[in-house]
Design a protein around this ligand. Sequence first.
Ligand code: SER
Length: 887
Amino acid sequence: MMTANEVRESFKKFFEGKGHKIVPSAPMVIKDDPTLMFTNAGMNQWKDIILGTKDPGKDVRRVDTQKCLRVSGKHNDLEEVGHDTYHHTMFEMLGNWSFGDYFKEGAIDLAWEYLTEVLKLNPADLYVTVFEGSKEEGLERDNEAAGYWAKHVPADHIINGNKHDNFWEMGETGPCGPCSEIHVDSRTPEEKAQVPGRELVNKDNPQVIEIWNIVFMQYNRKADGSLEPLPMHVIDTGMGFERLVRMLQDKHSNYDTDIFQPIIKEIETISGKKYGFTTPTGENGEGKDEQEKIDIAMRVCADHLRAVAFSIADGQLPSNAKAGYVIRRILRRAVRYAYTFLGQKQAFMYKLVNVLVEQMGAAFPELPAQQELITRVMKEEEDSFLRTLEKGINLLNGDMDELKAHGETQLDGVSAFRLFDTYGFPLDLTELICRENGYTVDAAGFDEEMKKQKERARNAAAVENGDWEVLKEGDQNFVGYDYTEYECHILRYRKVTQKKNSFYELVLDNTPFYGEMGGQVGDKGVLVSENETIQIIDTKRENNQSIHIVKELPKDVNADFMACVDIESREGSAANHTATHLLDYCLKQVLGEHVEQKGSYVDKDTLRFDFSHFQKVTDEELRKVEHMVNEMIRADYPLDEHRDTPIEEAKELGAIALFGEKYGDKVRVVRFGPSAEFCGGIHAKSTGKIGFFKIISESSVAAGIRRIEALTGKACEEAIYSLQDTIVALKGLFNNAKDLEGVIRKYIDEHDALKKDVEKFQAQAVERAKDKLVENAREINGVKVVTAVLPMEPAAAKDLVFKVREALPENMICVVGSVYNDKPMLSVMFSDDMVKDHGLNAGKMIREAAKLIQGGGGGQPHYAQAGGKNKDGLSAAVDKVVELAQL
Ligand code: SER
């Protein structure tokens, strides 16, 4: 029986033998694409080639395995994963690609040969589907594909499929085409004799499953819903790796294959619980429900481990926004299940990383390379969520106490939703805890709240993209590495509406404008024609093109334009970008080769650089780095740029590539002296342009990730001036003392000594005041009443009333009005018996009395303080407290 790793290898080798180039998986986390956060199909990374905006070059046949993540959709809804045995968040998709090379016949023949001759599947078990056509789209049945299939399978193994199953589309818009799916019937001979396999195709039978989807990409779906033919025919195939392995290893569940078993075994060892007493065939009686929950929890953990570890390896840390939030939710879901059903009250998922790396590290080198980072990030994220979980449980306990006090048995939907929203408690966890304590949860109320929130989110995020208005066909030519001004025309534009705000996006035929990418902001500038000047307020990047954002369209969109980049901000961000390269290089020299860039942001005023490092960078190390960077600036290394360099050559140049970054076959290498990186950004012409480099902060962003913020050039100049101004001002305050530090130190010492003296005098004054008040205490019906209005600090007044109580511990009420800095303050103190026996409550009474000084406050039954605005009401307020005491 083939192992999972052997299956993956055999696929790549087979297609390599058929002239395909083996290419690596693109990152699972997608950067710089506003429309998609995660790779959800093998073809994502080839979108530009398929649409014809990028030349495939000589490698028109490729093969790969692609890391994909799906967290929404019918079966991949995150909350469902783990409940069955064959859906996942992260999965691998094996694919072979033909860009304008072989088409339907070639793809069908290759797939058939691989399945029947390499994997030795029995042809009698294979069924194929073909697109039946669609009247509304004006598309015929895919007779061509059916004809080629007929070479391999009998007619009753070819099944028509509708648009839903047999017309593959990337999304609302984009490449699409008819497809053929291959289904395998792996039932027993008896079962097969009873019901023919063809009747179970696409019927959700776990033993008759689709393993391979072969898409014949030949259309592009436009925003208006119409189909236009693609410039070339493309073959896009996707074979679900996990289910293929399940079938080959003759298992009922993906989790029983050697892809997941090592992880599940480790979960068993750590948790002391056993997996799999309730496989679909298992019929054990008592304890079944509980066991099923354990099984689900183990599947959830095994599945989610992969999704989270691979995302972190791709540079995506858990966070509160976008892709980071999805990763956070996935990890939290696993933690919850482990907490609830596997008894894991401490961080635990991070302990599984080892096994995952052993299992998948050879095929995906990004895992072993970043094992330490993945482990640390996971552990910290788990720890922090477990703290939140504890808080949530306390809150829920409080809610249940309330229910008990009111004799109710159902937790309301709003409370359940608050637990979900703030503490990450999904409904089932809340229900579980409630059930254990004899309560139910208003699930409908919860759903209602959830609906409301989704509605709010939708309204907040609603962005409406208009259709592109195409003025000229053609592709954009980016000239920004060489020019900051260029003649151009508008190719197409569209209106975008976001809430009440609207703007236009323009695509130009030639543009020097850099679109935001790789942490560097987009250019700003102007678009000038003979008759008008339009501000370009920002430039984004989409599908490898610069999208220019303008508030207003030019009056004549067909005019000849000059696109002019704002030089000052361009040069500022270029210098800061170059400085990040130098910083990256120097950090590696000073701290070690483990330093990996994990994010950056540069604009004309900001330089932020995140990197992996497992402790605080010391002040000496920071200084060393600064010195080295400034040396490199003074060396004035020129920009040495290698465009369109084949990736192997780039690696030979010693250029650093980033994990999780998508690179084409050809890359741009940017070198400054010894620093060399893969980079598409805009840089200074030489390092000297940076001027000067100064780190202003070093901090932690996440476990194992540090952040450096720095200033360059003019910003450093300003920072030095402001520092100098502060020092000059300080010297001025101290008579231009030469030894400023010594003088200030002396001043602080004197200040501390004086403060102590004042405190001593104050204590004496309080003592005297106390004596006087006690001496003058009145008596009303046997209760000693101490009242006064005095000038005094609030803290001293507090001290005073406590001292009075010490002197008169029984049968006493004390009300002091004090004024400090013109502000009135009321302090009330009762002896304990007045609270216990007479039911007095200082906290409540002071609220009433404080109205007379236009103030408010509160406290405990025996002591309370209230501040106010009107000192003239102080005497009356003091009397009011005495009156409220009703002695
Ligand atoms: N694009 C197709 C899919 O995702 C085949 O790779 O199923």
